[in-house]
Design a protein around this ligand. Structure first.
Ligand code: SF4
Length: 189
């Protein structure tokens, strides 16, 4: 079945199959529009496939039109991770930032991503303040939370393990913490 409103179409189709007692496997296919730039193509695939996957619909995903096989497979992994069906890459959880944010969230997140973005399956939360940050870290493995204008608190899961670490030491201390909990691996150059 093909549709220019695929999310709606697949939901209707699955509802109809379920009403008839049919639980046949559902394969979600997405062909990229060759006129789209890379970012728009990624967004279109994420929208069309991510919505049904988050609903629990889909037994397999088929992507085409994204160029070489490696890029296509990497995109597939990202879509599965976005739908929380498979954790393959490092996952970063950041707060949206607000008046309470105690550091430049974008710059800090980019810096931490550069150090830890190769850690398969590790979830790291980077939150702007200790007022709401710890409660919003979801199920992160490690938390990096602003505790003052020049300090952060570090968490393992929901547990506060290092308090008021000076900002200039905080990235190294986070990495040390990840190592200590056997979640570190050296990046491949
Ligand atoms: S965690 Fe703190 S800084 Fe971030 S959005 Fe929530 S209240 Fe604001």
């Amino acid at each position: 079945m093909t549709s220019d409103r695929p999310v709606h179409a697949v939901r209707r189709m699955v509802a109809r199959l379920a009403a008839r007692g049919c639980d046949a496997p559902v394969v979600l296919r997405h062909r990229s529009d060759a006129t789209l730039d890379a970012e728009s193509a990624l967004l279109a695939a994420g929208t069309d496939l991510g919505a049904p996957l988050c609903d629990g619909i889909g037994d397999a995903v088929v992507l085409s039109g994204f160029g070489d096989a490696g890029r296509t497979v990497a995109l597939g992994y990202r879509i599965l991770q976005g739908a929380r069906l498979r954790t393959t890459w490092t996952e970063f959880i950041s707060c949206p930032s607000c008046g309470r944010t105690l550091f430049d969230l974008e710059e800090t997140t980019a810096r931490i991503k550069a150090r830890t973005g190769h850690l398969d399956g590790v979830k790291i939360a980077i939150m702007g303040c200790i007022v709401n940050g710890p409660g919003e870290m979801a199920d992160a493995d490690f938390g990096y939370v602003g505790s003052g204008p020049t300090s952060v608190n570090l968490y393992v899961g929901k547990e506060l393990v290092e308090r008021n670490v000076p900002t200039e030491e905080s990235d190294d201390r986070l990495v040390e913490l990840i190592r200590k909990h056997d979640r570190w691996k050296d990046p491949v150059n």
